[in-house]
Design a protein around this ligand. Structure first.
Ligand code: PXL
Length: 277
């Protein structure tokens, strides 16, 4: 069985980051070790949240991993909270990469044209710098535009997305994917650039009228699960798109659904069955 390390926050309530990555990656049949970057009461889309930064824990935890010879098949980073945290996590990635780990970077920091609460303009360049270590980087359109210093567009064409992808690969990422790509009212999916072969792949699914919190974390977690289960990046990304749509359909149908997350739990059977094919 493959073993990965995911580095992101734990929000006690509000399904996102670690509370999505752990169950999803486990359901994919991959051991999921965690390095929490912060503890929040609730994610930052709630009107109120506590935030306990765990930056000081990163180095000592990493040192124990080193002394005990604990290695990972992949490192997956998500929500990171500070400049120093980015530097420490980068060092941890460097060490694991040297030993052959696959690196997935989800530069969680923004959506719909703006940064999440708590992030300042100094953050996108830090995330852009991390891209050089990535086998695969999976930003949304806003995050990609911010990292590249390109204008964010609400409406765009394929040429704009291809420019973003080429920019991400020129930052040093081996391959890049933009999530939440939509050229029409009824379809949404991803566009991927394989940096080695220079091939672009566009995969679109049905677009539902509502968006839900945590879908980016679900998308990245399923992608990593799929890659670790040897699907290859494009097939893993297709699976992630399908599982995300399934979770959103369940959420839309659930009259008890909460405003703060997506019903990813009800999409786990689809994930498991597709990985058993
Ligand atoms: O879903 C991304 C995410 C992760 N972690 C925290 C967040 C968000 C998005 O708002 O607030 C704490």
């Amino acid at each position: 069985m493959k073993r990965i390390l995911t580095v992101q926050d734990i929000s006690c309530v509000g399904k996102c980051s670690l509370t999505v990555a752990l169950p999803v990656i486990s359901a994919a049949g991959v051991e999921c070790s965690v390095l929490p970057t912060a503890v929040l009461s609730t994610h930052t889309a709630f009107p109120e949240f506590t935030f306990r930064d765990l930056t000081d824990e990163i180095e000592p935890i990493g040192e124990v991993f080193s002394r005990l010879g604990i290695d990972f098949d992949a490192v997956y980073t998500g929500y990171l909270g500070s400049k120093r945290q980015v530097a420490l996590v980068s060092e941890l990635i460097r060490r694991q990469k040297e030993k052959g780990a696959y690196v997935l970077i989800d530069p969680v920091m923004a959506d719909n044209g703006s940064l999440y609460p708590g992030f300042t303009a100094e953050f996108p360049p830090l995330m852009a710098d991390m891209c050089r270590m990535a086998d695969l980087v999976v930003p949304n359109v806003t995050e990609a535009a911010l990292m590249l210093g390109m204008p964010y567009r609400e409406k765009y064409d394929e040429k704009y997305i291809k420019e973003l992808l080429a920019g991400l690969v020129s930052l040093g990422a081996k391959s890049a994917t933009i999530s939440g790509v939509s050229f029409s009212d009824d379809k949404i999916g991803f566009m991927h650039l394989d940096g080695a072969g220079g091939e672009y792949t566009l995969y679109l699914n049905e677009k539902l009228p509502k968006s839900y919190h945590g879908t980016g974390d679900l998308f990245a977690s399923v992608t990593l699960g799929g890659v670790m289960r040897s699907l290859g990046e494009v097939r893993a990304l297709e699976l992630a798109t399908d599982v995300t749509l399934d979770a959103m359909r369940h959420t839309a149908r659930d009259k008890n659904a909460r405003f703060y997350g997506v019903n990813f739990e009800e999409a786990l059977p689809l994930l498991i069955s597709r990985l058993s094919e």
